[in-house]
Design a protein around this ligand. Structure first.
Ligand code: ZN
Length: 451
């Protein structure tokens, strides 16, 4: 039998428990077909890629992002603000988002993610000044061939109700719930190997009503969907919840029916140990965003402690305007540095961080059976990593540690669903120049730099 694609001469990281020093991996019909050692039983293939001894890993999984924010990257008036100052400065600009600018920002984000070795991403799209923005995101994902887990974000509380955003970017409850149903019917594909799924994602406990939290959980039960939100990102959330709900953010999260294996949360920096234990026991996963947390200068979650307590932890690059990049390799390196900075050199290895970026992210998305590993049957989403000979010189004894310590690594070849989307570090998207030109035009319009 002839397979579609063969990757040979590779150092294969299949998952945390399986590495092959001089291996090959075959792909057929968008799936990992087989894995082998050395030159034994190498199958015939329509197309062959030699990795020349380089590291091959599962595609990294991005568990938290806001793609539209790359239209306002490094926006000078707010670069040194707190999280709330940053949001208040940018919401009025984001009120000018439309389907065209969301299509372009999503396209740029997905190409950037592919170049950083990410093959599946969620996106937390919670600003809806105009309808059908997530529809535009799915068009971008299909045009590129990216595996996309959209989340229908929402906000109901504007400045008039004590929230942060202007009224133009929030929506009423019935509109949010009806659009959530519509998107699930149009784009959620629960079948194995799906290229598009939809989750429900109220922005945060303090930006939506209690009814939206409760009804989102009900809707997720009805359609078997994932649930996502920001949780315990800022100490201000504690005082808000104490004042409005008379409890902690985690207690409120439990009260509205979210402490379930359907849920994953972003950040989760300020819970008590007992609260981490409770959510871990309930099956809730967390997405840590190391660069975002450090850029904002607040706290960071103790990811290794969470893992010890049984919580699954993935990684996210978070919004481009807080992190300003979308390289999951960089997030993985930062997660490792943060773990070691916190607890010393024995606390965290490159393999721990890679496990978070692959299986941890897949757990967040409820997709562990098919992505985040390269065992036969998995989706053929993988990366042949590339490092300059100069940066890698002398790194001979451990390819996985070298990959994350000797910097920077970029995706030489990125494969999604068995298709090569990045080759020799270059995205294979014919109209990328047009997309970048149009993105620049939309970024100027949104940042009000014209006229
Ligand atoms: Zn976020």
């Amino acid at each position: 039998m002839t397979v579609d694609l063969l990757i040979r001469d590779a150092y294969l990281y299949i998952d945390r428990d399986w590495e092959v020093a001089n291996g090959w991996l075959s792909v057929k019909d968008g799936r990992v077909h087989a894995v082998g050692d050395g030159a034994e039983d190498v199958p015939a293939a329509k197309s062959v890629i030699s990795a020349h001894g380089r590291l091959v890993t599962p595609g990294l999984v991005n568990a938290h992002h806001h793609m539209y924010q790359n239209l306002t990257r490094a926006y000078a008036p707010v670069t040194n603000g707190t999280l709330f100052e940053w949001l208040k400065g940018l919401y009025p600009l984001w009120a000018d988002l439309d389907a065209e600018s969301v299509y372009l920002s999503t396209s740029v984000a997905m190409v950037e993610l592919l170049m950083g070795g990410c093959t599946t991403s969620m996106d937390h799209m919670y600003v809806h000044p105009r309808p059908f923005l997530i529809d535009a995101q799915f068009r971008a994902a299909r045009d590129i061939g990216f595996r996309f887990h959209a989340t229908r974000g929402s906000m109901t509380r504007s400045v008039e109700d004590g929230g942060l955003p202007p009224a133009s970017v929030v929506q009423d409850e019935d509109t949010i719930l009806a659009d959530s149903e519509r998107l699930v019917a149009a784009f959620h594909d629960p079948t194995p190997g799906a290229m598009g799924r939809v989750a429900l994602a109220p922005c945060s406990l303090f930006s939506v009503s209690e009814r939206i939290m409760v009804e989102s959980a009900r809707l997720a039960d009805k359609h078997d969907l994932r649930l996502h939100t920001h949780l315990a990102e800022d100490p201000d959330e504690d005082s808000y919840c104490a004042e409005i709900y008379g409890c902690t953010p985690t207690e409120y999260f439990e009260r509205v029916g979210w402490a379930s294996p359907r849920s994953w949360v972003a950040h989760y920096i300020y819970p008590t140990d007992d609260e981490v234990d409770r959510l871990a026991h309930a099956g809730v996963c967390t997405a840590q965003c190391p660069c975002s947390n450090m850029m904002i200068g607040g706290g960071t979650a103790d990811a290794m402690d969470m893992r010890r307590r049984g919580m699954r932890v993935g990684l996210g690059c978070d919004g481009s305007a807080s992190t300003d990049h979308a390289s999951m390799w960089l997030e993985t390196r930062m997660a490792m540095l943060l773990g070691r900075f916190r607890h010393g050199p024995h606390a965290m290895s490159a393999r721990d961080a890679l496990d978070m970026a692959t299986r941890g992210g897949a757990a967040c998305l409820g997709w562990e059976d098919e992505i985040g590993h390269l065992r036969p049957g998995a989706c053929a989403d993988l990366v042949v990593w590339s490092m300059s000979e100069v940066a890698a010189a002398g790194a001979l004894s451990d390819p996985v540690e070298a990959w994350l310590r000797c910097a920077p690594a970029v995706a030489g070849t990125t494969i999604v669903n068995g298709k090569v989307l990045v080759s020799d570090g270059v995205p294979l998207l014919a109209n990328l120049g047009d997309i970048l030109r149009d993105h620049a035009r939309e970024a100027r319009r949104i940042q009000r730099l014209d006229g």
